[in-house]
Design a protein around this ligand. Structure first.
Ligand SMILES: [Fe+2]
Ligand SMILES: [Fe+2]
Length: 291
């Protein structure tokens, strides 16, 4: 079964949402865009990214969040249009979750734009998608609107639901791909900052240690990696990096991951990073696990 894993598209619109003038993030976000985010996520990268992903002809597409940058209506409209061919090509096997940028402010969450436009998103924070008799993807949603920072938060009720779900799957000997937006661990050379990390990450790490999903797939930190943390050696953590960011470092430049997975034993082969040259080519490089 072929997988394509992409994320952190960060579709942005330059509009200031004046009705949320009281939200510091609206001002900080605008400033950020002026200072470089607009160049960092060039609009010209968006369509080639979606074309490359659909061109993989994968059986399953995983999108690990941050469709938008400011959770604006026009950004969600763009996302809905761009994801239509992905849904079509995978015959509905697009499994996606929101990121912190898709719940940018409390007001944008209350408006319900995310659910309104991206109807393919799971209806609940812990969601199971069965891919084969023994293979399932379990999605968990830790994205919350915070006033200043870009953290994720593990709420107790969501975490308990995840524990219950994995417990049930263990009883039936399921192979699990766990999917979230935020990493619970990062390679030592890419430490996570206080304002960007998943608050309560130790709970997720303990859960991974206990239930040993074959993969933990995520994004949020815009660097591509395959990492086995010493604390959770039985789970391979895959960060797809951003699919639309411009950067001279190939691990940060626009790209995504692909691999083949045996649905009977969970073994993965041909793990590959595809990186955009900013023009028309996507270069494939085998992705080796970080030590
Ligand atoms: Fe992101
Ligand atoms: Fe994020």
């Amino acid at each position: 079964m072929k997988f394509v894993h992409f994320g952190d598209l960060h579709l942005w619109s330059p509009r200031m949402l004046w009705r949320e003038w009281y939200e510091p993030k609206r001002w900080l976000g605008r400033l950020n865009l002026t200072l470089g985010r607009a160049k960092k996520f060039p609009p010209g990268y968006r369509l080639p990214a979606i074309n490359a992903v659909t061109g993989e002809n994968a059986d399953v597409a995983l999108f690990t969040g941050d469709f938008t940058n400011f959770s604006l209506r026009e950004e969600f409209v763009m996302a809905a249009a761009l994801f239509e061919p992905v849904l079509e090509k995978t015959r509905g096997n697009l499994i996606a979750i929101p990121g912190n940028h898709d719940r940018y402010t409390r007001g944008s969450v209350e408006e319900g734009l995310l659910e309104h436009f991206l109807t393919f998103l799971p209806p609940e924070p812990v969601h199971v998608r069965k891919l084969g008799i023994r293979l399932s993807v379990v999605c968990v949603d830790h994205a919350v609107p915070l006033k200043f920072s870009s953290n994720g938060v593990i709420h107790d009720d969501v975490h308990q639901k995840l524990v219950d779900t994995l417990e049930k799957m263990r009883k039936t000997n399921q192979i699990v791909i766990l999917m979230g937006h935020f990493p619970y661990t990062t390679p030592p050379e890419h430490p996570e900052s206080r304002e960007h990390k998943l608050i309560g990450e130790e709970k997720l790490e303990a859960l991974v240690k206990e239930y040993k999903p074959a993969l933990y797939v995520h994004g949020h930190k815009h660097v591509r990696w395959a990492y086995r943390a010493p604390e959770t050696p039985e789970t391979l953590c895959l960060n797809c990096g951003s699919v639309a960011m411009k950067n001279p470092n190939p691990a940060k430049q626009a790209g995504y991951l692909t691999w083949d997975m045996d649905e009977n034993n969970g073994k993965i082969k041909n793990l590959t990073a595809k990186v955009y040259d900013g023009n028309s080519q996507w270069t494939a490089t085998p992705l080796l696990e970080d030590a």
